[in-house]
Design a protein around this ligand. Structure first.
Ligand code: FES
Length: 99
């Protein structure tokens, strides 16, 4: 687990992109629960910074595929899975496991 941001850098219902080992990772805060996923849609690579987050899902702004923030699965298009990363909060630090 490595620290990637402070909790107050990702506001409630907000997002923040961090760079870890040259890879862009998107942090999403839903009512204090922080999720981490690749900032690249597995369908055609669109960045997810402008994605809509609702009911535990993130919807790609390009074609609307919805991915679970918990496990990256796309129910409507199961051949595509968004890479997600374990998140831990320690004090005011957000830590992720980028493996
Ligand atoms: S590029 Fe994301 S749904 Fe098509």
């Amino acid at each position: 687990m490595i620290p990637v941001a402070k909790i107050d850098e990702v506001p409630n219902f907000g997002k923040k992109v961090v760079s870890v080992s040259g890879r862009e990772i998107l942090l999403v805060n839903i009512k204090g629960a922080v999720f981490a996923c690749e900032n690249e849609c597995p369908h055609q690579g669109t960045p997810l910074t402008a994605a809509i987050v609702k009911d535990g899902y993130i919807a790609c702004p390009r074609h609307g595929y919805r991915f679970s923030l918990a496990n990256g699965r796309c129910t409507d298009h199961p051949e595509f899975t968004l890479k997600t990363f374990p998140v831990q909060i320690s004090g005011d630090d957000i830590l992720i496991d980028p493996a």
